[in-house]
Design a protein around this ligand. Sequence first.
Ligand code: MG
Ligand code: MG
Length: 248
Amino acid sequence: MITIKSARDLVKMREAGRIVAEILGRLREEIRPGQTTRDLDALAEKECRKHKVVPAFKGYGGFPYTICSSPNQQVVHGFANDEPLQEGDILSVDFGVIHRGFYGDSAFTAPVGEISLDAERLLTVTAASLGRGIAQAQVGHRLSDISHAVQTYVEDEGFSVVRDFVGHGIGRKLHESPQIPNFGLPGQGPRLKPGMTLAIEPMINAGSPDVKVLADGWTAVTADGRLSAHFEHTIAITEHGPEVLTQL
Ligand code: MG
Ligand code: MG
């Protein structure tokens, strides 16, 4: 069942989303060559205390960190470590909070210093694919209109859509119904209604869509070792169109 949020629920989700956006903005400022994901993780935890929110991921299903930090060929759910980031890397950061009983969830991929033109294009296309998906999150559309918009745009640009992980409903739980694949035919699935809140999150690979999970049980990497990018926003469906909650 897809939960419908009341106006009062949405007030809390807006606050949760704004805090996620503020903390992710703070993390983004610290991404540079020489920085470690361990220090970014510690900063995220400190910021959660400052904002009086609970990190959503730490301890979720046993995940051990406050942020998912996934460099280069890592797709999602990477572990923080002490390896300094290097010029030319890309780094995906996924982060969520619990605030007044509601979740916010968002992710971005950032360049570390100067990156290759190919990497730059992967980031640009992945971010834009999220925008294409969000643009379909309209009252009366079907869920898979979002999926289809992401897939067609990404594949036209020569990249591929990860199948193994998908977006999700969000609210009092981090992962609510429905699942939101980033691929599929249009016009399928439930009709979108005001008060639905969704985390839309394309994971886009430079090469093949195949991924594998490392022995730690979490870290997903591209099977071909090529780059992967990830952008995510929590949005609310409204009569006036999609409202992005995790954006300042
Ligand atoms: Mg996320
Ligand atoms: Mg998510």
